[in-house]
Design a binder for this molecule. Structure first.
Ligand code: SF4
Length: 319
């Protein structure tokens, strides 16, 4: 993979130390967001401050009004900021076409991704199964946008999935910024083939025939289907079994290049990874070492070999 620009990812301002919460504080620093800073261009955004609510301020909450979810001040319910938050999300989309991901804020009636509480007009809590008004609008405007919540980033598999989607979307936007052609689309997918297989074999099996018969469709329609399927695959957390399956495929390219002993050592590491004894980085390092000695152009172009910068260390954890 050639060196590339850092993908642009928005993050709730309160997650990166800005004292913008209703009480004039910020949230506790999340070490994983700190770590992502070195590899993603993080843009802090606070929609409540953005629409002119002060700091400190009255809290807002989601209130169901006539079957519709509204954001209103918690005390009097007289101040309704739903339209302002939605308008702010619309502006963000226009002003940041390069946006490739968003780190949202757990439980927020503006920035929450899921499981946000809502109330009835009498002030009684009804359930906690909504997304924040601003977050929901972001995703209505751009359903492909990779999003994740601060707390969920502590889970290494979810963090890996989020970062993979961000890098996929960033490269996808770069592809669209060039003149999209059928062959560029096919090449783009060819680079991702093994990574898609790692995330979802059924989607991998769908994408091959879709592209093989792709000329029967309008290019834009085809491209749309391809990226939707790829994003759907990447939302699925990869299991060690699926990764090991791809490692076996890739190992096949070294069939005539390794000694019996080298094959045995590599197979042993793949098995140990599958059983959760060593992290993915172990067989990957040995594979890369063998491909440095015996390069293969098809494997060299596979994003699977380096989906994001190694320094993110997302392949260094045991499942
Ligand atoms: S959750 Fe969103 S609206 Fe609330 S303080 Fe953080 S960034 Fe601002």
């Amino acid at each position: 993979m050639q060196s590339e620009k850092k993908p642009v990812v928005a993050v709730g301002s309160c997650l990166v130390g800005e004292p913008v919460r209703f009480n004039g504080e910020h949230k506790r620093r999340n070490p994983h967001i700190e770590h992502l800073k070195d590899h993603l261009e993080l843009i802090p955004i606070c929609p409540e401050v953005g629409i002119g609510l002060g700091v400190p301020r009255e809290t807002i909450r989601l209130v169901e009004v006539g079957g519709e979810m509204r954001a209103r001040d918690s005390k009097t319910q007289q101040n309704d900021v739903t339209d302002a938050l939605q308008g702010y999300a619309d502006r963000q989309q226009k002003e940041m076409p390069q946006l490739c991901g968003y780190i949202l804020v757990k439980g927020s009636p503006s920035c929450g991704m899921e499981r946000v509480a809502y109330y009835n007009e009498r002030g009684n809590k009804v359930a906690s199964d909504q997304s924040g008004i601003y977050a929901r609008r972001l995703l209505e405007n751009d359903p492909l946008l990779p999003v994740e919540e601060d707390g969920r980033l502590h889970d290494h598999a979810l963090r890996e999935s989020f970062v993979s989607r961000v890098y996929l979307y960033s490269r996808w936007k770069s592809l669209l910024a060039e003149d999209l052609t059928f062959s560029r689309l096919v090449n783009f997918y060819a680079d991702y083939k093994y990574l898609v297989m790692a995330h979802s074999v059924p989607i991998y099996q769908q994408l091959g025939p879709l592209l093989a018969n792709g000329k029967q469709k309008e290019l834009d329609e085809l491209a749309d289907e391809v990226i939707h399927l790829m994003m759907t695959a990447f939302k699925k957390v990869v299991t060690p079994g699926q990764q090991a399956n791809v490692l076996q495929h890739i190992q096949g390219y070294l069939k005539n290049k390794l000694s019996a002993e080298e094959k045995r050592s590599l197979q042993q590491l793949i098995d140990q990874y599958r059983k959760g004894i060593v992290p993915l980085i172990a067989p990957m390092t040995l594979l890369k070492h063998h491909f440095e000695r015996s390069p293969d152009p098809y494997i060299e172009r596979q994003v699977f070999m380096r989906p994001y910068p190694d320094e993110l260390a997302l392949r260094s954890h045991l499942y």
